[in-house]
Design a protein around this ligand. Structure first.
Ligand code: DAH
Length: 352
């Protein structure tokens, strides 16, 4: 019996040397340590042996079992190491290489200014209303009191879409954010047509004009429009709100002035200027040598526009304004050329 156990051990150990992978190892375990392995057979028959032989055979059988189990563990570890070495060679992953740096993005300077404007007006109770970039002639001009062929349209030539349309109502890229005034008023008024709710919104977004591109004008630019409609809104509300806005964005001591102007959709109309602090008011290329920079157009919403928006001009009044975040950014950072904004030159963009 002891000789049988020697054989069992020798056969098992030499079979283990042939094992090359995990499934062969599992097959080996079943064959040599499993329930029907020859070694288990020895254990099963221990009870039938003469009493004086039992301890020696039992001891030897246990010893063989422990050796085979130890050899199994060792082989499993060898296989694991071999697999690791193989995959390290095949995949050649160098975990000690430094990581690739992640490029951190940032907001475009114009977006940053838009958000500051929105923040200031939010503190005054204005909500943000987003309107569309592609408009119809009706919304971009007609409902804002620019009839077809009106000379005031000449300031705002646009890019037209080559799409089927009704006479005198082509699709175009909006030339200003003002058409959003009509869309917003109509949406608000629809909630209660007999007694429409007050409106206090700003409308930020991209605008487009067929312009000669110079240091001061681009064919695309952003605007932030503002609109307040309600009962008993007066020109002094407009002046107070916009002067306070100028102080909040340009500083406590900023000088501003309102000049009479004309827009078809406001009456009366004005423009608000801020002292040019690129040159300190002495005159430079940015302020066209006037010492002042026009920041925004504004006025009391024209009765025709109120009516087109669904608000009865006998009961409601309102003010509106429109400004260009690029112009404001130019002022604040003393940028001398508006073309930098869309030139996508990282040397410019990284400064903000
Ligand atoms: N839409 C005008 C423009 O692009 C700017 C403007 C002026 C907007 C007066 C207004 C306003 O709301 O009241 O030139």
């Amino acid at each position: 019996m002891l000789a049988t156990l020697d054989d069992i051990e020798k056969v098992a150990i030499s079979a283990l040397k042939e094992v090359q992978d995990e499934s062969a190892l599992e097959a080996w375990r079943v064959a040599h340590l499993g329930r029907s392995a020859p070694l288990m057979d020895v254990f099963d028959h221990l009870g039938g042996l003469p009493k004086d032989e039992r301890p020696a055979i039992g001891r030897r059988a246990n010893e063989v079992k422990r050796r085979l189990e130890a050899a199994l563990l060792e082989k499993a570890e060898d296989l694991r190491q071999a697999a690791l070495t193989r995959s390290l060679q095949a995949e050649r992953l160098d975990v000690s290489l430094p990581g690739r740096p992640m490029a951190r993005g940032r907001l475009h300077p114009s977006t940053q200014t838009q958000r500051q404007i929105a923040h200031i007006f939010a503190e005054m109770g204005f909500q943000v209303y987003l309107s569309r970039d592609v408009e119809t002639d009706e919304y971009n001009f007609q409902l804002l009191n620019f009839p077809p062929h009106h000379p005031a349209r000449e300031m705002q030539d646009s890019f037209y879409l080559d799409a089927p349309h009704e006479m005198d109502n082509p699709f175009l890229l909006r030339t200003h954010t003002s058409p959003g005034q009509i869309r917003a008023m109509r949406e608000f008024a629809a909630t209660n047509p007999d007694n429409p709710p007050p409106v206090r919104i700003i409308l930020p977004g991209m605008c487009y004009r067929y312009e000669q591109i110079t240091a001061r004008s681009e064919s695309q630019f952003t605007q932030v429009e503002g609109l307040a409609v309600g009962k008993d809104i007066t020109f002094s509300d407009l002046k107070g709100t916009l002067s306070d806005f100028a102080r909040r964005i340009f500083g406590e001591n900023v000088r501003t002035r309102f000049r009479a102007s004309h827009f078809p959709f406001t009456e009366p109309s004005a423009e608000m200027d801020v002292e040019c602090f690129v040159c300190g008011g002495t005159g430079c290329a940015v302020c066209k040598r006037t010492g002042w920079l026009e920041i925004l157009g504004c006025g009391m919403v024209h009765p025709v526009v109120l009516r087109n928006g669904g608000y009865d001009p006998q009961k409601y009044s309102g003010y509106a304004f429109g400004m260009g975040p690029e112009r404001i950014t130019i002022l604040r950072y003393r940028i001398d050329d508006i073309r930098n904004f869309w030139a996508n030159d990282l040397r410019f963009l990284r400064q903000f």
